[in-house]
Design a protein. Sequence first.
Length: 93
Amino acid sequence: MATAIGQTDFSPLGGPRTQVTGPPFRQLDMSLSKRFNLSRMRLEFRAEAYNLTNTPSFNLPSSTNFANKATFGLITPPSNSARQIHLAAKLHW
C-alpha cells in the first residue's frame, strides 16, 4: 500500500529503486599522427585529445534513499572531465 503512515518502502510509487538513473556519459577522444621519412631516419609527430568537445560528464545520483530528501538523487559536478591535449615527437634512427 503506497499511502500508509510511516511507510519506508516507496517502490509502489514508481517501481524499483533502479529507476533512478544519472546523466549520460559522452566523450570524444581523438588522435592524429604524421610520419616523415628522412633518408635513413623517420620522424613522427603525434597529437592526442581526450574529451575533445569538452563536454562535462556529471556523476551518478549519490543516494537512492527516498526518505532522505536532502540527498536523494543529488547529482554532483564532474571530478575530472576537462579537455586534455598531448603532443609528442619521436625520432627513429
